[in-house]
Design a protein around this ligand. Sequence first.
Ligand SMILES: [Zn+2]
Length: 336
Amino acid sequence: MKENKKALCPECDEFTIPEIIEKEEKVIIRKEEFKVKVKRAICTNCHAEFGLSEYGFDEKQIAYDLYRKKHNYLFPDDIKRIREKYGLRQKPFSRLLGFGEITIHLYEKGALPDETHMEMLKLAENPENIKKIYEDNKEAISDSDRQIFENNLQKLLDEKKKNKLREIIIALFDYEPDIYSGYKKFNLDYFTNFIKLLLKFKSPLYKTHLVKICCYLDFLKFKNDGCSFTGCRYVVGPYGPFLDQYDKLFCYLKDRNAVETVIDFKNNAEYFNFTEEPDISLFSEKDMKLIREVTEKLGNLTPGELSNKTHKEFPDWNEKIIGQYISFEDAKYLKL
Ligand SMILES: [Zn+2]
């Protein structure tokens, strides 16, 4: 409440601007004692002390919040968020979980769920769990609610799959920067924008071109500045260097619609199209210039010319062992 707002004193029935004090009080929630800092008003007329609940100050809710924190409970806003992500109104969501009709409404308003209900709500947060609950209990909600729920659930499950791939990639690329990654820490969001930027300068690009341009750019950047663009590692392949784990990276980019791919059946190849603007704030003007030059130049070569170029510029290519990481020390031999 506003500190200088007038309040009606229940003792002397006078409207005064009370003095506000803070004090600690014990509140019992389910046989547990919580110390709650409460605000009290002292009437300046008769010095009586009174509560401020009519001004939105609710000490029971504060104690509930302490209880929620202590027992790792979801908060009313969490419950609302979970319900809304499945697109259900309060009543059908209640019924789906096997609660009473208005139970979710009460929980979202601040009532404290019992332990069994709380466990159920926590389970329901995970789309895979609620899918099982739904399969056992879909009769509890109407046809139209089922439709809405199933659509939202599918979207969430798809999203989860994408996130899983993201987690896998982040784990795979969680190595310490060294001479095999151009002394740069890999960052998936930066990499995504890097690929978008390449495709902005030259699109479509064959997959082999895209992989080799990445490699060239990382090595050139290392040669100029002592660290690569992306932190990716490159592997000795039979047809030149290739980007380590590129299949997972490209799968991720496709899932996110950061790129669009088309299969070229005539040439038995896959090419990539520009779909989304990169966040160019991640790149300096000097970097953008280098990326544009290399992408346009190499992007115009035929696959044969490109393969030749990468073979020739990396020293002792034929003596390298297939499958090994390429050291960025080789960057000093690159020309362009
Ligand atoms: Zn008074």
